[in-house]
Design a binder for this molecule. Sequence first.
Ligand SMILES: [Zn+2]
Length: 123
Amino acid sequence: MKTRRGADPRETRLRERLETIRTRSEKSSSWRASTQHLSRLVNRSGFVPIRTRLSREDLVFLAGARDEVLAFADLGMRLIDLHRPQEAGGITSDPETPLRRCRACMARWPCPTFRAVGDALDR
Ligand SMILES: [Zn+2]
């Protein structure tokens, strides 16, 4: 686990928490192929009775997955609520497309935070 010298202890704690979530997720099995198959087996009641083998890592991941996904979705929404464009004013070469900057970090729009959220979701 990387800890930067002089880092804010809150940042260190958040980095450790995120690293734990990432490691736990990577160790668990992907359900992508299984769910494609299982979705064809949904019964009239709307369920698929399944028997499966889950590893210890899968169980640890599944125990927290719902809450962690909700937390990350909330995080993404809060970030894009904060990092929104505003017109920067001033003179631009193209009056049809005025220069815009992020109202939170003042970087040119789209700002690095907004792009990072987009990159993470468009993978
Ligand atoms: Zn920003």
